[in-house]
Design a binder for this molecule. Structure first.
Ligand code: FE
Ligand code: FE
Ligand code: FE
Length: 200
């Protein structure tokens, strides 16, 4: 059972996990793009799909230099993250769905950032400079993607989702205000104002 005895073996195991994770994403990202309503979000998913295909090739390059066959080992974590994203896309309505897709995609990027960060560190310890450089390139792409998703969420998609929620809730809010619950209404207005300031 304990067949990973050296750092070299651990490194190859990490590469196989990442390789399978990226392969899963080459299938999931087109679906996420299709599920997105925002044109910008769809474009971001499509762009990251292209990057992901390049990331698969980088891993293949590392396997080749190590004299290892490029094979994946099922990444159960990515399978779970992709599944959660799919379930959410099925359950949520359009504008809220985009906000949810961004959240799901950021969970994926964070998993990748952790995985590539560790693999890069282990490549450094092993003195594998070529692998360090390749893993670093991918790591930067994952970080940039995460950042871009945050910007998309802050700039428009979450606002749309909040707008949709406000519209849906308006009749209920009115009813509760007429029932004398003015404090809650004031707190909500204040929250919206401060969020407007943040984006200005
Ligand atoms: Fe990736
Ligand atoms: Fe994994
Ligand atoms: Fe990624």
């Amino acid at each position: 059972m304990a067949n990973i005895g050296t750092l070299d073996e651990l490194f190859v195991d990490e590469l196989r996990d990442l390789y399978d994770a990226e392969k899963q994403l080459t299938k999931a990202l087109p679906k996420m793009a299709k599920a997105a309503s925002s044109e910008e979000l769809r474009a971001a998913f499509e762009e990251h799909l292209e990057q992901t295909e390049g990331q698969v090739q980088r891993l293949e390059q590392i396997f080749e230099a190590l004299g290892q066959k490029a094979t994946g080992k099922k990444c159960a974590a990515m399978a779970g993250l992709v599944k959660e994203g799919e379930e959410l896309a099925d359950d949520a309505q359009a504008a809220v769905r985009d906000a949810g897709l961004i959240a799901a995609a950021q969970k994926v990027e964070h998993y990748e950032i952790a995985g590539y960060g560790s693999a890069r560190t282990h490549a450094q310890l092993l003195g594998n400079d070529e692998a360090v450089q390749l893993l670093e390139e991918t790591l930067e792409e994952e970080k940039e993607t995460d950042q871009k998703l945050t910007e998309l969420a802050e700039s428009s998609v979450n606002e749309e989702a909040a707008g949709e929620t406000r519209q849906t809730q308006r009749p209920a809010a009115r009813a509760s205000q007429s029932a004398g619950s003015k404090t809650r209404g004031a707190a909500t207005a204040k929250a919206h104002k401060s969020s407007g300031t943040r984006h200005a």
